[in-house]
Design a protein around this ligand. Structure first.
Ligand code: HEC
Length: 435
């Protein structure tokens, strides 16, 4: 890869690149533009005005069995008036501050990405107005029908899995553990995956609350804030028969007697059906920086990396990744004619929300286009997440050290017409001599 500083760590980190898959489903249908220019509902009631906003913007996480986003599980259900009322004040505060729903791309970029979790000003005003005017319940007959989610029936946001890969036996995370990194290999038996299959969706389920993040080569992985990922129709990656899934687990907890936990993490996969066509084989690459030193107490340390496209491509999505001192991220492309475009700006990076920024319209980049990634860290005491401002910080796996990379996921511009699920793979995709 053509990167200034490349990670020498190979498969472990390469696996993360596959993290970046899609989260389709309920939220992607949001129509932000439709809300623009509207004004807040007068005399808002819960059933008529507030509940529809919660259904559309909050319930995917805030409900029983809500989305488990890499260990981040929303603390309460926001389904009924009784459930919402005790949180009304907090909800008003959080939505006004735009802390909920969580979304970290710059407001200037709203409209660019799929599944943007953003309330319109009118929606915020409606919620705040409802709380200030005394949280009236309203007429139950005004309430919209409840929304159902895929995981209500199957337990999985991606629907009924075709394959579940799980540790063969529970792993004990001992009393004295604060941070533990362990690689757990699970062979996918031939009966479960008799042939190479095209992945439609992947969803991880951490087996305990101490899972901090998972990288599961070659299925991807999760870190806090990741959503289950569902590929758009016609887009896929191949899962090879005989794959050994290596779960690179990061466990994190307080140490102490009686804190030991058994973990048996699993990942579920759905596949395309025979006869379906795959037009785009999804690829990822990463750009990052490895040999940085963030000085103690530096509030605004920055480093860069770039990536050069060697073929015409459509960019599907980006994932910036830093740790607790991560502050901001920016991706800018420079086209071969020297014109530039800002593609992603994350002005307030939050380690807890490792988001995937999926373009509504894949971005065309001709061969020779360069992406520059700029990352910023805050190693000062003003960063509330900073575990220790008085230390120079280098690259390292623990969250108390730092990382600095961005992933870019793309496809060839030309759709393929030679991949039909269930039929023999085209020559270029046939298995070489690999596991
Ligand atoms: C993508 C998942 C997700 C969505 C969507 C979401 N939340 Fe949350 N919410 C969380 C998680 C996880 C937490 C706990 C961690 C945190 O506070 O960051 C949380 C915390 C909260 C809290 C604080 C609860 C407490 O007692 O500390 C409030 C209030 C809240 N959310 C309201 C909302 C509202 C209102 C919406 C919709 C407008 C919403 N959330 C949308 C995941 C989500």
């Amino acid at each position: 890869m053509r990167v200034r500083k490349l990670f020498p760590v190979g498969p472990v980190l390469l696996a993360i690149m596959a993290l970046a898959t899609l989260a389709g489903g309920q939220q992607s249908t949001r129509q932000l533009a439709a809300n623009a220019g509207e004004s807040a509902a007068p005399d808002p009631t819960f059933t008529r005005d507030v509940l529809p906003i919660l259904q559309e913007n909050c319930q995917v996480c805030h409900r029983p069995n809500g989305a488990n986003m890499g260990g981040m599980v929303a603390p309460m259900s926001l389904g009924t008036y009784e459930e919402v009322r005790p949180y009304a004040q907090k909800i008003a505060t959080f939505v006004e501050a735009r802390y909920m729903p969580p979304w970290h791309a710059s407001p200037a970029q709203h409209g660019l990405f799929k599944g943007e979790r953003v309330l319109s000003q009118a929606e915020i005003d409606t919620i705040v107005g409802w709380v200030r005017s005394g949280v009236s319940e309203g007429d139950p007959a005004d309430a919209p029908p409840p929304v159902s989610f895929a995981s209500d029936t199957s337990g999985w946001a991606i629907g009924e899995p075709d394959l579940i890969v799980q540790f063969d036996q529970p792993y004990l995370v001992g009393d004295d553990v604060v941070d533990e990194y362990v690689d757990i290999e699970v062979v996918i038996p031939a009966e479960m995956l008799p042939e190479d299959k095209w992945i439609k969706a992947v969803e991880f389920r951490p087996g305990s609350s101490v899972v901090h993040h998972i990288i599961a080569n070659p299925l991807g992985g999760i870190a806090p804030g990741y959503e289950p990922r569902i590929y758009d129709d016609g887009y896929s990656r191949l899962l090879r028969r005989g794959t050994v899934v290596t779960f690179n687990m990061h466990y994190h907890k307080e140490a102490g007697e009686g804190t030991a936990v058994y973990d048996q993490t699993m990942v579920a996969v759905t596949f395309y059906e025979p006869g379906e066509k795959i037009q785009y084989v999804v690829e990822s690459d990463m750009l990052g920086t490895l040999d940085f030193v963030i000085p103690a107490n530096d509030p605004n340390y920055s480093d860069m990396a770039f990536y050069l496209f060697r073929k015409d491509a459509h960019i599907l999505w980006f994932n910036p990744h830093m740790h607790l001192r991560g502050k901001a991220a920016r991706y800018v492309v420079t086209f071969p004619d020297a014109s530039q475009q800002l593609l992603l700006e994350v002005p307030e990076y939050d380690f807890n929300w490792q988001e995937t920024y999926r373009f509504k319209e894949p971005v065309f980049v001709p061969r020779g286009t360069r992406i520059d990634l700029t990352l910023w860290w805050d190693n000062s005491a003003d960063n509330p997440s900073n575990p220790n401002p008085n230390r120079d910080v280098r690259w390292g796996r623990p969250t108390t050290d730092e990382m600095g990379f961005g992933f870019v996921t793309f496809v060839d511009v030309e759709p393929r017409h030679d991949i039909i699920v269930g039929e023999e793979l085209p020559r270029d995709l046939r298995r070489r001599t690999r596991r």
